[in-house]
Write a protein that binds this ligand. Structure first.
Ligand code: IPD
Ligand code: CA
Ligand code: CA
Length: 262
């Protein structure tokens, strides 16, 4: 199943990469404030779905642009192009994200960065890999040494005050903060040891499903902002190596407003 997901991710990634030459000529539609979709997002999603359904016609799909298809104990969760705003600006940080859930448990994950040709994969219980080399989360113990990733709220500003209070504390206590603009790739980079911790609010299952499995298979911790396992549903996520995850939760929890606790 991982091989089929890799095939789908590579096909979509190549399509996206070829389209970087013609971004000025693409049809762009606004979904909501600062939330765009292009014909490339849709074409990439079609290629992924075709590849998966050709191999597994009975499996169900939850895909960002076209929603849910079918019913099965196997559900593929797809973000065909994570980082559309970056893609539209020629800012080279975007990826394809595909995860498989079996009976509600994440079992396979692929995140493909077509710009760097980096393929992140994980199978439950078998570790996480970058281009076939085993990856692990970092071993840094202290916030003062830690590089932390995040994503800024950009469309829904309901929790902005709480988010900014958290950001202020993390900024002062960590060794650096980054906001590259593709949550899927952020999580893959967390698994690969390029960050020590990462947090974001208001994400969707397709932004994080594959990344969550990559991180746990790389030895990291993933939770919602209150430290519980509701992140796939709430979209509020806190991850890190085991030590930095604990530190981050300590910083975050005092700032949690009601809607961010889930
Ligand atoms: C977005 C990216 C971004 C995150 C947003 C997502 P999209 O995905 O992952 O980093 O901050 O919340 O919506 O819309 O480019 O697929
Ligand atoms: Ca996304
Ligand atoms: Ca997307």
């Amino acid at each position: 199943m991982l091989n089929i997901a890799v095939k789908a991710a590579r096909r979509a990634g190549n399509l996206i990469y070829r389209s970087t030459d013609k971004i000025d000529h693409l049809t762009v539609t606004k979904k909501s404030h600062a939330d765009f979709v292009t014909e490339v997002d849709r074409a990439a999603e079609q290629v992924i779905m075709q590849t998966l359904l050709e191999a597994y016609p009975d499996h169900a799909i939850l895909a960002e642009e076209s929603g849910t298809h079918g019913e099965s104990e196997y559900v593929w969760i797809i973000d065909p192009l994570d980082g559309t705003t970056n893609f539209l600006h020629g800012f080279p940080q975007f990826a394809v994200s595909i995860a498989l859930q079996h009976k509600g448990i994440l079992t396979q994950a692929v995140i493909y960065d077509p710009v760097r040709n980096e393929l992140f994969t994980a199978t439950r219980g078998r570790g996480a890999f970058l281009n076939d080399k085993r990856i692990r989360v970092t071993k840094r113990l202290h916030m003062a040494d830690a590089l932390i990733g995040t994503g800024f709220p950009y469309s829904n500003f309901q929790h902005l005050d709480a988010y900014l209070a958290i950001l202020r504390d993390v900024m002062q206590q960590s060794s650096g903060l980054r906001r590259p603009g593709s949550a899927a790739l952020d999580l893959a980079w967390m698994a690969a040891g390029r960050y020590d911790g990462f947090f974001e609010t208001g994400l969707k299952p397709w932004d994080i499903a594959a990344g969550c499995l990559l991180i746990t298979e790389a030895g990291g911790m993933v939770s919602d902002l209150a430290g519980n396992q509701n992140h796939l549903k709430s979209g509020h996520i806190c991850t890190g190596n085991p030590d930095i995850h604990t530190h981050l939760l300590k910083i975050i929890t005092p700032h949690l407003s009601a809607g961010l606790k889930g």
